[in-house]
Design a protein around this ligand. Sequence first.
Ligand code: INI
Length: 146
Amino acid sequence: MDKTVVNVYEGKLSAEGLKFAIVCSRFNEFFVSKLLSGAIDTIVRHGGRPEDISVAWVPGSFELPFACRKMIQKGSFDAVIAIGVVIQGATTHAAQINGQVSKSIAQVGLETGVPTIYGLVTTENIEQAIERSGTKAGNRGADAAL
Ligand code: INI
């Protein structure tokens, strides 16, 4: 596209000078810690400073939107990243969490004006969670940070 004749709005993949909050769920921490490492690694590799990254922990993914909002209200972050892993069990519990959390994370971003990024892995089983936490399907935390 010829950028001299049109206005193009697009992001730059630079984290230089930016402050990030990463809100993580302790539920399925085995996977969440891998996603968190991926997110931090991506920010730092794009020029962000480790000291400009704050990490908050909540019990489960359901609590992520609330904590994202609190971090935005209490801090001065350029973006907030929510990280969690919801694995389907024998009941509809996971579906209930997923539906509400995705909507609420979008709502936090829209209401506060601070980019609030959805970095959740929602899977049918543990194998799919492994694949998305740093193995054959990449690292969803790194993707969210990007
Ligand atoms: N929280 C998760 O982050 N992942 C899950 O897989 C999960 N499951 O399956 O139960 C989960 N449950 C806890 C939930 O997020 C809340 O912390 C809890 O309901 C208290 O509000």
